[in-house]
Ligand binder design. Structure first.
Ligand SMILES: Nc1ncnc2c1ncn2[C@@H]1O[C@H](COP(=O)(O)OP(=O)(O)O)[C@@H](O)[C@H]1O
Ligand SMILES: O=C(O)C1=C[C@@H](OP(=O)(O)O)[C@@H](O)[C@H](O)C1
Length: 297
């Protein structure tokens, strides 16, 4: 396949590639192109690509796609990840037979970020259910809907959105974090495969505190320590929702991915690695279902 077909990182500026592979930018910010830090980064990146390949169960050798010389560019390894993901995505896509994928999980768990990557890998469209609701209500933001009309009003539109989206095929849907609380929504989402992104609250609080809570009305706060307030808000919500998230067909745990990749800090687990694990788990789920259908015809 040609490089452009993957929508990959070839030709992207190196900083974007760094973002894509999710390394901590600060650690590599002051680098010289042919210096040691570049070599260190590329070694780590190739290692990660190798681990992801093993992790995804891809036996195909993609030696030719690896950077053959260190210090040439960052984009190769990132391209490698994209390429592996696309390979796996093509395979799973044929097994999914058009069924959509619904991502559920707490606010900030990466449903939108991972969902976009996943949709590219599967050759599916990406839909954010919050955006869908906003468009239905004439472009009004979720935050505005909550403050002007209340949460129930939003939830009604959210259910309507999920009902509509469940009748469509070949879509990766990033749902809102609270979509799981209404049982009727599960009936809609179960038309496809549901995937729970399980991310520790501490990481969620750090992510949300970093970007602010403007677009997340259930976590609004006026002043004080952003991290603590977000953490407490998330903790309360997650206790109420834990059982609902457990209803998903597939759970993808970022802690498990970190352990499998041998990284200590879960902020080193990239959205691409998470998307890869989603594909692996969805494949297992489909395979399991096919096996039980064969066993109990
Ligand atoms: N694997 C990840 N590692 C680090 N940051 C992430 C990761 N996934 C998402 N983020 C960041 O977390 C924030 C929330 O992600 P988002 O995809 O919008 O979550 P959700 O759609 O579940 O609310 C964004 O700023 C995003 O860039
Ligand atoms: O958890 C929730 O109840 C909500 C999550 C938000 O979506 P994200 O999970 O995409 O942030 C959005 O639907 C709304 O603010 C309510």
């Amino acid at each position: 396949m040609e490089a452009k077909a993957y929508g990959g990182a070839l030709g992207f500026p190196s900083d974007i590639c760094l973002n894509k592979i999710g390394r901590k930018q600060s650690a590599f910010a002051t680098r010289t192109v042919y210096g040691m830090k570049v070599i260190d980064l590329q070694c780590r990146t190739l290692l990660t690509a190798h681990k992801i390949r093993t992790f995804m169960g891809l036996s195909h050798s993609c030696k030719d796609h690896h950077a053959t010389t260190f210090g040439s560019s960052y984009s190769r390894a990132s391209f490698d990840e994209d390429w592996l993901l696309k390979m796996k995505g093509d395979k799973i896509s044929s097994h999914l037979d058009g069924r959509s994928v619904f991502l559920v999980g707490m606010m900030g768990s990466g449903k939108t970020t991972v969902g976009k990557i996943l949709s590219e890998a599967l050759g599916y469209s990406f839909v954010d259910s919050d955006k869908y609701v906003e468009q239905t209500i004439g472009g009004t933001s979720v935050d505005h809907i909550f403050s002007q009309c209340g949460e129930n009003f939003f939830r009604d539109y959210e259910s309507e959105a999920l009902q509509k989206l469940s009748s469509m095929r070949q879509q990766v849907v990033a749902t809102g974090g609270g979509a799981v609380v209404r049982p009727i929504n599960w009936e809609y989402m179960k038309q496809g495969v549901t995937v729970y992104l399980d991310v520790p609250l501490d990481a969620l609080a750090r992510r949300i505190a970093a970007v602010g809570t403007e677009s997340r009305p259930l976590l609004h706060f006026d002043s004080g320590d952003a991290y603590t307030k977000v953490f407490v808000g998330l903790f309360t919500l997650s206790k109420k929702r834990a059982q609902s998230y457990a209803s998903a067909d597939v759970t993808v745990s970022v802690l498990d991915i970190a352990a499998a990749l041998g990284v200590d800090d879960i902020s080193d687990v990239t959205p691409t690695a998470i998307a890869a694990e989603v594909l692996v788990q969805v494949e297992k789920y489909i395979h399991g279902n096919t096996m039980s259908m064969q066993m109990f015809p």
